[in-house]
Write a protein of this length. Structure first.
Length: 402
């Protein structure tokens, strides 16, 4: 039933494909612009990856002539962060200085055959989890080429991507520069980040659809079907519904491939409202892991979560982003349910505040966050002995987006 529903309904908004319209008259030279009629500025290309703000991509990225591929754009992000925290996990520290992004992005956006390459180092700080330094995160997850795919674009409304792709799960993006906040949230921690496979995207008017067959949580077993459907209700409001499910079962377990989550399902519904300086995005998310004795999952478990993300732009340089969220899971130690948060049946809530400054390619932001867990199970909670119920963090991130 899950497979049928996904295959017929679920989809996602795909990245826009930049198209340049050129009109030329054979043998006729265009007149030179006069003081009264100056040539219009070129339209900035629509480049990946998606960025929800408040950080903005460079509107004039460096590009070279790619011959039959059209312009090939070279952009990227270089940034570092500092972190202080209490109740840190074993192996973590009360303070850190690290690289958050050292990534180079190369892509083209024209023609039938396109490509996207994102290479370099990165860390993905996430609320309520240990902080892993960039060199360790890269080694234990997606390598120094985390995203790389080819795109076949037969029409302006339809395209197919094949390779290492951004996930269709959840409402937050992968890397720090793509999101409202530096850290990803509690709900994000239930989703996959990067997966490998094939994805089809369709967009027409207010409707956008994507459907993907991938390896889920980076398992190398291509049995995950996922997708979203997005609809622009008005010029200010859009909604997105998404779902994903493992169509079989996968016994792989690693840092990038959590056994329990990789054998589950995920559903989310989000609404985005843009009105002048305001952007508000509330969403709800449900995850479910069915019982599977062959994998040691003795009882099913479900997580229920909701979040509100938002930002307010004071001017072209300054903005303030915030996030509030809560998540709860079912099950208990006695019935053998798996831990989805901080032990079977546990939950947590969080608050995050992120003032941001950006001028041209330079940016800086600070962040304060707080996580409070409830109904925790000893051995699954926060802190060096896994028995604490809260964690506060302060971060600072600065760098360039070129």
């Amino acid at each position: 039933m899950i497979a049928f529903i996904l295959a017929t309904a679920f989809s996602v908004a795909s990245p826009a494909v930049a198209q340049e319209a050129q009109a030329q008259t054979a043998g006729e030279q265009a007149p030179a612009p006069t003081a009264q009629a100056q040539a219009p500025a070129p339209t900035p290309p629509s480049l990946s990856p998606s960025m929800t703000g408040p950080l903005k991509a460079n509107p004039n990225p460096f590009h070279v002539d790619g011959g039959p591929l059209g312009p090939v754009y070279v952009s990227g992000v270089i940034s570092g962060l500092g972190l202080v925290q209490d109740n840190h996990f074993p192996g973590d520290h009360s303070s850190r200085i690290d690289l958050s992004n050292g990534q180079l992005i190369v892509q083209n956006t024209q023609g039938v055959f396109q490509f996207y390459l994102q290479a370099g180092g990165y860390s993905i700080p996430t609320l309520g989890t240990p902080y892993f330094k960039a060199k360790d995160y890269v080694k234990d997850t997606y390598g120094y080429l985390p995203v790389a795919y080819v795109k076949i674009v037969p029409t302006s409304n339809f395209n197919i991507e094949v390779g290492k792709l951004y996930t269709l799960q959840g409402a937050e993006n992968a890397y720090t520069f793509q999101n409202f906040n530096i850290e990803r949230g509690l709900l994000f921690n239930q989703t996959s980040t990067i997966n490998r496979g094939v994805q089809a995207n369709y967009a027409h008017g207010p409707l956008s659809i994507s459907l993907a067959l991938t390896d889920g949580y980076y398992s190398k077993k291509y049995n995950w079907l996922s997708g979203t459907i997005g609809y622009a209700v008005s010029s200010k409001d859009s909604i997105t519904f998404g779902a994903a499910a493992n169509l079989g079962h996968t016994n792989k377990s690693s840092f990038a491939t959590p056994l329990v989550l990789n054998n589950g399902q995920l559903y989310f519904l989000s609404w985005t409202h843009n009105d002048g300086p305001w952007t508000i995005q509330p969403y709800v998310q449900v995850g479910h892991v069915p019982e599977d004795d062959s994998l040691g999952i003795l009882h099913s478990a479900t997580s229920y979560g909701g979040a509100v993300l938002g930002k307010y732009s004071f001017n072209d340089q300054w903005s303030l982003a915030a996030r509030a969220e809560v998540i709860k899971s079912s099950g208990s130690v006695s019935n053998g349910a798996p831990s989805l948060i901080y032990g079977p049946g546990s939950g947590a809530w969080s608050m995050t505040l992120t003032p941001t400054w950006q001028k041209g390619i330079f940016f800086g932001r600070i962040e304060g966050s707080y996580v409070h867990a409830f109904k925790t199970v000893p051995g699954f909670a926060l802190g060096s002995d896994f028995d604490q119920k809260s964690q506060a963090r302060g971060l600072i991130e600065a760098g360039i987006i070129f």
